[in-house]
Design a protein around this ligand. Structure first.
Ligand code: SF4
Length: 314
C-alpha cells in the first residue's frame, strides 16, 4: 500500500536526513526540510543502506572507484570491496520497498550509497569524476522508474521542491487510480480530472495522453496501464513554466467568459499579472479561479485537480 495506516502518503528518505545517527562517524545530517515540511505531509520510510547491510556505526568511509558506469564500492583505508554485497542488498531492498509503494524518495547528496547525481567516482590518478550514482540510489531508480526522486540539496530551491511535491501527490493519485481491478470508465474519469494539470506541464504530451485514453478499449489492461502510467509520469516530470501555467489558467478562465462581474474580472486580471511577474505563486490565481468556477457552477472544470494546488509549499 502506498499509504500508511493513517492514510498518509509514504516516501522513502536517506535515514541520516531524518536525524538518525547512522553516518560513518556516528553523526547525522538532519535536514530541516525533511524533518519539517516532508515529515508534516508524509509518512517517512528511512533507509540507511550502509547500516542495514551491516557496516556498523561508526565505520570506515567508503567511495566509488573505477568505471563511472559500473563503479566499485570500496573502503578507503582497508580497500575492502563492498560492491557485490551492496548491489545485491540494494536490489532486494528496492524490491521490498515496491511492496510499500513509496511515492517518492529523497536521497542524501554525494553519498557512494545514496547519492543520486554527480557522486565522485575516484579514478586511478586519485582524482574524482563527478558522474556517479550511489549504488542503492541506482538500484532504487532501476526498480522504481516512475517514482519521483530528488537529491536533498536540490530541494532547497523552491521550484524544484514544489515540482517534487507535485509529482509525489500525482504518483499517489496514479497508483490509487490503477489499484485493484480498475475499470476503463474510472481511468477515463481520472484523466479528465487531471487534464488541466497535465496541460500545464506539456500541452503536447497531454494531447498524446488524450489519444491513449481514446483508444483505451483497444488495449489489453496490463499494456494500457503500463503505457498510461509511464506517459503520465513523463508528462509530470516536465517542469511547468510560468507561460504554461498562464495558458492553462487562461483555458479555465475561458469557461467563465461572460459570467464574471467587472470587479471579479479586474481581480482575476490583477492576480494573473502578479503571477506573470512572479510576485505571487500559482496558489492565489488557481484558488480565485476555483472560487469563481464554484460560484458560477461551471461544471466542465469544477473538479479539475489543477484548481486545488495543495502540493505547493508556499
Ligand atoms: S547517506 Fe545513506 S548510507 Fe550514508 S549515512 Fe545517510 S542514509 Fe546511511
Amino acid at each position: 500500500m502506498n499509504r500508511a495506516a493513517n492514510g498518509t502518503i509514504k516516501i522513502g528518505v536517506s535515514a541520516c536526513l531524518t536525524g538518525q545517527e547512522v553516518r560513518y562517524d556516528g553523526g547525522h545530517k538532519l535536514d530541516p526540510l525533511v524533518s519539517g515540511l516532508l515529515a508534516e505531509r508524509f509518512d517517512l520510510v528511512p533507509v540507511c543502506p550502509e547500516v542495514e547491510i551491516g557496516m556498523g556505526t561508526p565505520r570506515e568511509t567508503i567511495q566509488l572507484t573505477g568505471d563511472p558506469v559500473r563503479p566499485a564500492l570500496v573502503a578507503t583505508q582497508t580497500g575492502r570491496d563492498w560492491t557485490a554485497e551492496m548491489n545485491e542488498w540494494s536490489r532486494d531492498r528496492s524490491l521490498a520497498l515496491a511492496g510499500d509503494e513509496v511515492c517518492g524518495f529523497v536521497f542524501k547528496k554525494n553519498s557512494p550509497s545514496c547519492g543520486l547525481v554527480a557522486v565522485p567516482v575516484i579514478q586511478d590518478d586519485g582524482l574524482p569524476l563527478l558522474v556517479g550514482r550511489g549504488l542503492f540510489a541506482a538500484a532504487f531508480a532501476r526498480t522504481h522508474p516512475l517514482t519521483p526522486l530528488e537529491d536533498e540539496s536540490r530541494l532547497a530551491e523552491p521550484r524544484i521542491r514544489d515540482h517534487f511535491l507535485e509529482r509525489v501527490y500525482a504518483y499517489d493519485r496514479l497508483v490509487r487510480a490503477f489499484a485493484g481491478s480498475w475499470e476503463n470508465e474510472a481511468i477515463v474519469e481520472f484523466h479528465r480530472r487531471e487534464k488541466m494539470l497535465l496541460m500545464s506541464h506539456s500541452p503536447k504530451r497531454c494531447v498524446e495522453l488524450d489519444r491513449l485514453i481514446e483508444g483505451i478499449a483497444d488495449f489489453r489492461p496490463s499494456a494500457f496501464r503500463e503505457q498510461y502510467r509511464t506517459a503520465y509520469m513523463e508528462t509530470m516530470a516536465v517542469r511547468p513554466t510560468v507561460r504554461g501555467h498562464l495558458e492553462t489558467l487562461g483555458t479555465i478562465a475561458d469557461h467563465l467568459s461572460g459570467r464574471l462581474t467587472p470587479d471579479q474580472q479586474r481581480h482575476l486580471i490583477e492576480l494573473l499579472e502578479d503571477f506573470r511577474a512572479e510576485r505571487i505563486s500559482l496558489k492565489a490565481p488557481a484558488e480565485l479561479l476555483a472560487q469563481y468556477v464554484e460560484l458560477h457552477a461551471v461544471s466542465e472544470v469544477s473538479d479539475q485537480v489543477y484548481l486545488d494546488p495543495h502540493w505547493l509549499a508556499g
